[in-house]
Ligand binder design. Structure first.
Ligand code: ADP
Ligand code: ADP
Length: 232
């Protein structure tokens, strides 16, 4: 089943002298349930711009994004995002950061707490509920970012270079843990769209790669990767 589809997405930014910078041109992609898709491409290819358009943070110059056949902004997609720079609220504890999205959905304090504690346990942060982000290492902060995103049970989890701000060992560990959670279906999500410029990372994690070319950003390749693992 197709969850997300784009039709003729094009984005350009105005430049000085009345010129236009064409960042994305005619992007047509479909994402189905169960797919772990990487969006690959060199720096400046338009990966972040594409991701921001997919989640509705940026509007395209042309074309549309559809969730279950309904175009943004009419669609009300169940999505969440993990950011490169974690984007945690520093004045809230780990638990409060994770609870926030659930409370804004109208869940009671008790239910929000219970779900958040369980999710923190899943990402390996049992016992850190009352810590503040500044007391945690980068890897632990990104675990909070992941818990906060998946606790709302999004259909699609968007990840924008989530491990590129971490040292190599921490990134390797988190990558392995993310893959394990995905393979064992421990996250209440259907698909992942993962932006990276790291080909090895894409090959390790995802079962499909969409490669953007640079200047302008077009889909240069869109292919499935045979993985050495199967999902449970
Ligand atoms: P990537 O994530 O692949 O590195 P980006 O989507 O961040 O690429 O950027 C693609 C191009 O679009 C870059 O040249 C960038 O400078 C430009 N760009 C991104 N956002 C804006 C903006 N808000 N205004 C003008 N130019 C932008
Ligand atoms: P990334 O960390 O994905 O490479 P950047 O640091 O390039 O992202 O961009 C961060 C933010 O700045 C984004 O919201 C992007 O749209 C915006 N941005 C990037 N390039 C430009 C630009 N040339 N002019 C204006 N805004 C930009």
């Amino acid at each position: 089943e197709i969850i997300l589809e784009t039709k003729g997405l094009t984005k350009s930014y105005p430049m000085s002298g009345g010129k236009e910078l064409s960042v994305l041109e005619d992007i047509n992609i479909q994402v189905r349930e169960g797919e772990f898709v990487s969006i690959l491409g060199p720096s400046g290819a338009g990966k972040s711009t594409l991701l921001r358009i997919l989640v509705g943070l940026t509007t395209p110059s042309k074309g549309e994004v559809l969730y279950h056949g309904i175009p943004l902004p009419k669609a009300y997609p169940k999505i969440a995002m993990v950011f490169q720079s974690f984007a945690l609220f520093p004045w809230l504890t780990v638990l409060e950061n994770v609870e926030l999205g659930l409370k804004s959905q109208g869940l009671s304090d008790d239910v929000a707490r219970e779900k958040s504690v369980r999710m923190l346990d899943i990402v390996g942060l049992d016992g850190f509920e009352d810590a503040y982000p500044r007391e945690l290492s980068g890897g632990m902060r990104q675990r909070v970012g992941i818990a906060r995103a998946i606790v709302v049970e999004p259909e699609i989890l968007f990840m924008d270079e989530p491990f590129s701000a971490l040292d190599i060992l921490t990134a390797d560990n988190l990558r392995g843990e993310l893959l394990d959670l995905w393979i064992k279906k421990k996250m209440p999500i259907k698909s992942i769209i993962f932006v990276t410029h790291n080909i090895e990372e894409a090959a390790f994690l995802s079962d499909r790669a969409i490669v953007l070319s640079h200047n302008p950003g077009r889909v240069k390749a869109d292919f499935f990767i045979d993985l050495p693992h199967e999902r449970d």
